[in-house]
Design a protein around this ligand. Sequence first.
Ligand code: CIZ
Ligand code: SF4
Length: 406
Amino acid sequence: MTTSTAKQPKPNPYYPIGQLQCETDTGLLTVPLTQEVAFRSWQQAIPEEYWGLDADELTRRIRTARATLAENVVVLGHHYQREDIIQFADERGDSFALAQYAASHPESRYIVFCGVHFMAEAADILCAPHQQVVLPNMEAGCSMADMAAPPDVYSAWRELEDSFGSTDDIIPVTYMNSAASLKAFCGKYGGVVCTSSNATKVLEWAFERGKRVFFFPDQHLGRNTGAKMGIPLDEMVLWNWRLPAGNLGGRDGDELARARIILWQGHCSVHQRFSLTQIEQARERYPDVKIVVHPECRHEVVQEADANGSTAYIAKYVAEAPAGSVIGVGTEINLVSRLAKENPDKTVFCLDPVVCPCSTMYRVHPAYLAWVMESLVAGTVVNRIQVPAEEKAHARLALERMLALK
Ligand code: CIZ
Ligand code: SF4
């Protein structure tokens, strides 16, 4: 695969209005860290020598380290990573598929997970004890996962217990995009993990065991899945975690009594940007366009789309569309532009004209990958992600319940 050779950010024709630009708008091109405006505020300190390296030099150094480490390392690339990272991935995919891939390669002691924090944790939960998981940039979190702080979830659970008299009939379900401690919480309280590929199956499982589901952190995936199962919108209520404890997440007793799904008020800032207006504009411009979106998008957007599904689903949808198709996609821009490149016989475009990449995924700049890989070559494991043993056991249980549904 080729790499970007651009040394300078190019002005992007998509952004006519300066104020609408996001911090990562220099686009999908890699420039040295010193020129990355977005990295100044939140990047993890790495040795000075990596700051000035351009994309070509970083590529060369990562390639050398990769060759030296050989089968001792597996490099995983999430779909939302930039091309300059994806080119090194032994496997690319969604968070769960990547964690499974790492677990099925026990010959590799080091798993370098180019993705975000919860994904590296999931890999650590599923991998063998001798495998060590490394996240190139510790600041690469997920803003959606961060909306469900474990103490807030535990406090909500206690409030639900007080309100209903017990939680025996409530099944906690966490989306993969959550802290390991919340996966452990689900394991401990009879709950389960879901991904965007299996959320329906998981909720069916949950409703066989309880009357209600407590779903976090993504309200949209929860609502879209519930609606797909025929649950009326007014039987899915939002729990506003920003309110102080004691407020029942902003609901009253009647609303909670009616609720079949209690939805944590979390969202993905990338997917929440997609709108009905964008779909309308795409249909006006291309009357035959097909619209495919991720279920982290708002309910009305998912309803209006021709299809919706996980990143793997979207990739398959585009690949299987007939030549000449025009497809508007509602998901992260790195994946959309890769799909456009890999399907040159189709017109594939992002529904959002102000194409911000996922800013936390973007934090895995190749300088970080070079640093962690060269550290491994030197015999030092930096940025290891390790889930505490007890948490791991419970989190694994919640993941295994999900796996058993296949
Ligand atoms: O689980 C993943 O990797 C995410 C974040 C989304 C998806 O649909 O694959
Ligand atoms: Fe999190 Fe959204 Fe980025 Fe996915 S795209 S990692 S949900 S912030």
